[in-house]
Design a protein around this ligand. Structure first.
Ligand code: GTP
Ligand code: MG
Ligand code: MG
Length: 256
């Protein structure tokens, strides 16, 4: 039977290009990870295995997509900055969001048993993805500062909360009320005076999140350092709120 009679339905598929000449940030976030983390007994407040698995999936994504120039991860989320002038999938919105989110998810599942050798997956995890467009470098820097500030606020709260419960013997309800109305300095004080914990000395991975950037691979050749076009993805747990991070990596925000 001729197919042409049906082919008109294709016209209902509308193009969904993303505005050219603006930065794209893709944020991927675990769907109902409150439930997923309980079901798989994630350690509280931070499960190193779970964070490393997120980092691994993000690294896989950046290795597959060279136009992703920066990644930032915390908790069950990862944000990715794409080159301003990227022509990835002709900047088709759904194509980019769905393919990258799908790769991230499959990588998370693919590597699960490496990080959780004794915990079989109880059900298939999923992630949502969204792209937000930012017109300029200020908004991009502020976006990433917003995420890292969120990491700090959540981690300080969760660290203090679980110290009160796990070491202080409070119920979760009591810990909530102990922390109600407290400022950052109060939480630092509770951690230090009651539990001997110096917050600023806790693992930077928890306080700062994971920052993934590309670094050029250098190789020694006849005693001289030559640059190969290839780069590798490296992970840092550094500050990205201050300007230094961006000044040292001016390539992240180049116009092209
Ligand atoms: N115990 C533990 N839980 C974690 C860890 N990382 C993430 N989570 C859980 O994952 C949740 C992530 O928060 P959200 O992304 O805001 O919430 P969600 O439950 O995933 O819900 P949606 O994202 O709206 O689908 C946290 O509230 C925690 O319950 C971890 O290292 N340890
Ligand atoms: Mg989530
Ligand atoms: Mg989240």
């Amino acid at each position: 039977m001729a197919n042409s009679k049906y082919a008109y339905v294709r016209d209902f598929e509308l193009p969904d290009p993303l505005l050219p000449g603006v930065f794209m940030v893709l944020r991927i976030d675990g769907h109902s990870f409150h439930r997923f983390s309980e079901k798989h007994n994630f350690a509280k407040p931070n499960d190193v295995r779970a964070l490393q698995l997120m980092d691994h999936a993000a690294q896989d994504l950046m290795e597959e997509y060279p136009d992703v120039v920066l990644g930032f991860g915390e908790s069950d989320e990862f944000s990715f900055l794409l080159r301003k002038s990227t022509s990835l999938y002709n900047r088709r919105h759904s194509k980019i969001v769905s393919t990258l989110t799908s790769l991230f998810t499959s990588s998370y599942v693919f590597h699960w048993s490496r990080y959780f050798p004794d915990t079989p997956l109880g059900y298939p995890p999923s992630f949502d993805g969204r792209i937000v467009l930012y017109p300029g470098t200020k908004e991009v820097k502020d976006y990433f500062a917003w995420r890292q500030a969120d990491t700090h606020i959540n981690n300080l709260y969760n660290t203090t909360f679980w110290a009160l419960v796990q070491q202080g013997g409070q119920t979760t309800t009591e810990a909530h009320s102990t922390l109600r109305g407290t400022f950052a300095k109060d939480k630092h004080e509770i951690l230090f005076s009651r539990f001997g914990i110096n917050y600023n000395q806790l693992d930077a991975q928890f306080r700062k999140g994971s920052v993934l950037v590309r670094e050029d691979l250098e190789e020694e050749k006849d005693g001289e350092v030559s640059r190969r076009p290839k780069s590798k993805v490296v992970m840092l747990h550094c500050d990205i709120i201050k300007d230094e991070f961006w000044e040292e990596r001016s390539g992240l925000l180049v116009e092209s």
